[in-house]
Write a protein that binds this ligand. Structure first.
Ligand SMILES: [Zn+2]
Ligand SMILES: [Zn+2]
Length: 179
């Protein structure tokens, strides 16, 4: 899996803490030995679909759940620079694990260059924070929201992501499920 600039991740960490008060955000990178072990793992290898050239997100999340063991106090969001798909979806920009505790966002399709366009770091970052807050929202028990501007609105396409804000709408904010 490709490596992201640490400064971007640190910014992401502080932007996330702004949306989730009372939660401590730690940004960490898989160390090399963990990464090597993961790459040798049979379940990890079989999560990649060679024909589609995409990772099967549910299987990755299963594996991460088993390996990284999130718990009541610790939730994990994986930020992966790989393209992924899921059940009934040609691609996913992110997905939360069905049993809770963790989720992932997948970066290639939020980059303009994926569509043959000029790279736009600012737009990339905006999309990344929205996707991150959205999946963390699911991890913390939020469902999809009908408000088009709410970060918990389901993005059927990138234009939905670009339209919505990175924050919870006032209705979602009142609900505050777990935190
Ligand atoms: Zn969602
Ligand atoms: Zn909402």
């Amino acid at each position: 899996m490709a490596e992201l600039d640490y400064r971007i991740l640190n910014n992401l960490g502080s932007d996330i803490s702004r949306e989730f008060e009372n939660i401590r955000v730690t940004v960490s990178r898989l160390n090399n030995s963990n990464l090597i072990r993961l790459k040798k793992n049979a379940a990890f290898q079989s999560s990649f679909d060679k024909d589609r050239n995409q990772w099967y997100s549910p299987k990755l999340l299963d594996l991460f759940f088993e390996k990284f063991k999130p718990n009541k106090e610790t939730k994990i969001l994986f930020i992966l620079d790989v393209d992924a798909y899921s059940n009934g979806m040609n691609f996913v920009l992110g997905e939360a694990f069905h049993q809770g505790g963790l989720g992932a966002i997948y970066l290639p399709r939020i980059k303009q260059e994926f569509y043959g366009l000029k790279p736009d770091n600012e737009l990339f970052y905006k999309r990344m924070i929205k996707e991150a807050v959205h999946e963390l929202g699911h991890i913390f028990g939020f469902n999809h929201c009908p408000d088009l501007l709410c970060v918990m609105h389901f993005s059927n396409s990138l234009s939905d992501t670009d339209f919505k804000r990175k924050s919870f709408c006032s209705k979602c904010r009142i609900k505050k499920p777990i935190f």
